[in-house]
Design a protein. Structure first.
Length: 142
């Protein structure tokens, strides 16, 4: 089982700022991940929350249920030591994904707390980044 965790406001994907985040909705991304994961032999549990503590608890759930985590912590990427600490308590591979290239955006988006734990970071590939992360996990977990 692979947990794919999404942070605040990603439930609005496809509804605003398509020039940055594209036209796909989060449901579209969830479906694409389920299909691609199945082709790779990976079951996917795709979740989103607007609440920091809920994301922390999802990462705690992953300790018992997931072989790997793909996480787009959205704005919490840039603020959350709590999410970093939760990820530090997870033993498997962690892939950080960003739809946009955070490094060519505002200065406040250019630091990630998540990167201190991530085994790999994918940014700027659009929603394809989630599928690339699944490809990488399939190799890592083989
Ligand atoms: O590029 C990414 O994936 C981000 O993690 C997205 C976050 C942003 O805070 C990070 O700096 C980079 C924002 C997610 C909110 O997405 C929306 C999508 C459509 C409309 C409104 C928000």
């Amino acid at each position: 089982m692979i947990f794919i965790l999404n942070g605040p406001n990603l439930n609005l994907l496809g509804q605003r700022q398509p020039e940055i985040y594209g036209y796909e909705t989060l449901d579209d991304v969830a479906r694409a991940c389920a299909t691609h994961g199945a082709a790779l032999g990976l079951e996917v549990d795709f979740r989103q929350s607007n609440h920091e503590g809920a994301l922390v608890e999802m990462i705690h759930d992953a300790r018992a249920s997931a072989q790997g985590i793909i996480i787009n912590a959205a704005a919490y990427t840039h603020t959350s030591v709590a999410i970093l600490d939760a990820l530090q308590a997870f033993d498997g591979p962690v892939i950080e994904v960003h739809i946009s290239n955070i490094h060519r955006r505002e200065a406040f988006r250019q630091h990630s707390y998540i990167s201190a734990r991530a085994d790999a970071v994918i940014a700027g590939c659009g929603t394809q980044g989630y599928l690339l992360a699944l490809d990488h996990l399939a190799v890592q977990l083989a």
